[in-house]
Design a binder for this molecule. Structure first.
Ligand code: GUN
Ligand code: ZN
Length: 658
């Protein structure tokens, strides 16, 4: 393993990363267009792809090159880059696909690997045994054993980057075994044997293969999905942490007169209207192109298809940055029921996504009823269930904004002094009222928000309703101060557990935003110890970090920094994964964590990019960004916490209830 991959941003399992190769760096997720090694048979030159659409890498067949003497000659003499006239990243495939298509290949695994070495492939691929979805268990197991043996030999013979295919067919345990074996050897883990599933829109089966393989795939390696060519599948694949797509679809669909779009496929012959004004279709209206002779028509359609595919890769990348990939995948899935069925399989395997599920995102926009089964929701609901088990049952409270005008009416204790719990009616079911600002409930934007009736509940009405339902409770008292206390203690508890919350809260004073009434900061003596983000998470400053470090049980909430890196982290530099010696497995990406030395002394406070299990495996790239260190300035006066929750791009529609 050459540690060629690093992670830059993430959205759950989906990653934005960099794969370093001898011919430059691939920014992932990336689409590697399939290029024919014979330039005469390739309508769109890779150099044109690079110039027009920013293609930085392609994939071509070493097998076709090898078995075609004139191509082999040039490749052996001048290298594969010269043969296809491309100076970017060239991944070569091995011939397993030809085995699938034609039943056999006439080359040995050692020979084709050696050939890939000799022609200067940036990423060589092991000659795997293509396993069909219909293969029996015994066939798939035998194919897997053969693939594994070849992969081991290949690793020994390959100093550069190696893609190791993951086979296993439809058998979940074999997929997992194959993924584990590949992970021990490969720089790129290439999930294979799925072309029939992609071609026949068997997305639930594809999802099952990915669900089975994913936990066994090394997080520090790039993941390739052989045959992901249709742009409508990119968001879906990325959701499982697929970093590389490869596509001959742009070309194959063009040959059949088909246009690719992110929401489906269109037959050019049926087009009467101008449905695309991409840079190419603007030049030659599609309804005219439809009547052209085969060769130029195919070339024009292929260019449209590539452009649309590259645009969709860009959208997937941006969605990962924005934390909106689930939303994008859901919107794409509306384009075809098969894709929705596939997403249903992902949702049914929700726990697969939990370890990398971020603590919060900026927005949560519902696209349909299925949005309620995103991992963000299921993990929150599971934690709410634990919380309720710890605090006892709650009385129902209508959905109310967390503002004093409402909350000061709601009693927090029974007449006999026993505490009283309330569940607000949230968009995702009942939520403890003190937790309704947390992601995903706080920023939730769904159809409900635009239905007026419930939004007009006034404080006086709320009081009237509650008084009628609970005449025994004390509605004369002003409960505001008790509510603030409840909220602070419980939000600290949510983040750090009940013992820390109970011991810390009495030492802190609370500031709310005057404008919005929302919690803003917690001070310890005069210093700012915690700042509330838009997600209602109390994020520690260095002072808060020290308070936590004195209270959290050993290991909890901490990342242990190697001595070599401590001086840099203390000055505010990012913590690199290779300097992480340990991490609390309960920490989520995006969480604030105490960065401590081996001696347990606090070095800085950071925010995690990687999940704890990933930190211990990546040898390259950032594990956590430092958010507060010895020379950090105090957080500004008007903090983010004073801003209202919610996406900023919403139209000035109906008033939001929260
Ligand atoms: N191309 C499409 N599917 C596959 C596969 O399973 N293995 C290899 N090596 N190439 C492919
Ligand atoms: Zn177009």
């Amino acid at each position: 393993m050459t540690n060629a991959f690093e992670l830059l941003e993430r959205d759950g399992l989906a990653r934005l990363g960099r794969l370093h190769t001898p011919h430059g760096t691939l920014e992932t997720p990336a689409l590697l267009p399939v290029v024919h090694p014979d330039p005469e048979r390739q309508s769109c030159r890779p150099s044109e792809m690079a110039r027009r659409w920013g293609v930085r890498g392609v994939i071509t067949s070493s097998y076709i090159t090898w078995r075609t003497p004139p191509l082999r000659l040039v490749a052996e003499r001048d290298g594969i880059h010269r043969l296809i006239d491309f100076d970017g990243v060239v991944m070569t495939d091995s011939g397993a696909f030809q085995q699938h298509a034609y039943g056999s290949v006439e080359v040995g695994a050692d020979e084709i690997l050696d050939f890939q070495n000799r022609i200067g492939s940036d990423i060589a691929t092991v000659l795997d045994v293509f396993t069909e979805p219909e293969s029996t268990y015994d066939e798939a197991a035998a194919a897997l054993a053969a693939t594994d043996a070849r992969a081991r030999a290949a690793r020994a013979a390959r100093p550069g980057l190696l893609a190791v295919p993951v086979q296993g067919g439809a058998h979940a345990d074999l997929r997992a075994r194959s993924a584990a074996r590949a992970s021990a050897l490969g720089d790129v883990l290439a999930v294979g044997g799925v072309v029939p599933l992609l071609e026949q829109y068997r997305f639930p089966e594809l999802a099952r293969a990915l669900v089975a393989a994913r936990p066994a795939l090394a997080p520090e390696a790039a993941v390739h999905l052989f045959g992901t060519g249709h742009p409508m599948t990119f968001a879906f694949a990325a959701l499982f942490g697929v970093d590389l797509f490869d596509s001959s679809a742009y070309h194959k669909f063009a040959r059949r007169g088909k246009l690719l779009f992110p929401d489906g496929t269109v037959d050019v012959d049926g087009l009467r209207e101008r449905t695309c004004h991409c840079a190419l279709c603007a030049e030659h209206p599609l309804n005219e192109v439809a009547g052209w002779p085969a060769a130029p028509r195919e070339a024009a359609l292929a260019r449209h298809n590539l452009l649309v595919s590259m645009e969709e890769v860009g959208r997937v990348r941006q969605a990962i940055r924005d934390g909106t990939l689930w939303e994008l995948a859901e919107r794409r899935a509306v384009g075809h029921p098969a894709l929705r069925a596939g997403l249903g399989v992902a949702a049914a395997s929700t726990e697969l996504f939990w370890a990398t599920e971020p603590e919060s995102r900026r927005a949560f926009r519902e696209t349909g009823p299925w949005s309620g089964s995103r991992p963000a929701v299921t993990i929150f609901q599971a934690r709410i269930a634990e919380y309720r088990a710890a605090h006892g049952p709650a009385l129902p409270l209508p959905r109310v904004p967390l503002r004093e005008e409402y909350l000061r009416h709601v009693p927090l204790a029974r007449p006999d002094g026993r505490p009283l719990e309330w569940d607000a009616e949230g968009p995702l079911g009942p939520v403890p009222v003190e937790l309704t600002e947390l992601y995903p409930v706080g920023p939730y934007l769904g159809v409900d928000e635009f239905e007026p009736p419930r939004s007009s509940l006034r404080a006086a009405e709320l009081r009237g309703q509650l008084r009628a339902a609970h005449p025994e409770l004390d509605f004369e008292r002003d409960w505001s101060a008790a509510w603030t206390q409840r909220q602070v203690v419980r939000l600290l508890e949510w983040a750090y557990g009940p013992a820390v919350a109970d011991s810390l809260a009495p030492e802190l004073s609370v500031e709310r935003s005057r404008r919005t009434g929302r919690l803003r900061r917690l001070r310890h003596r005069d210093a700012i110890a915690f700042v509330f983000g838009n997600d209602a998470r109390p994020r520690p400053t260095l002072i808060g970090g020290a308070l936590l470090n004195a209270r959290l049980p050993p290991g909890r909430g901490r990342v242990v920094v190697a001595p070599d890196a401590a001086p840099f982290v203390r000055e505010g530099r990012s913590l690199f994964a290779k300097f992480v010696e340990g991490a609390d497995p309960a920490l989520a990406p995006g969480a604030s964590a105490l960065l401590v030395g081996r001696d347990g002394m606090l070095i800085a406070v950071g925010r995690l990019l990687l999940a704890p299990a990933e930190m211990l495996r990546f040898r390259r790239g950032v594990a956590a960004w430092v958010t507060s260190h010895t020379s950090s300035p105090e957080p500004d006066d008007e903090e983010t916490a004073a801003e209202p929750v919610g996406p900023e791009d919403e139209p000035a529609g109906p008033p939001r209830r929260r």
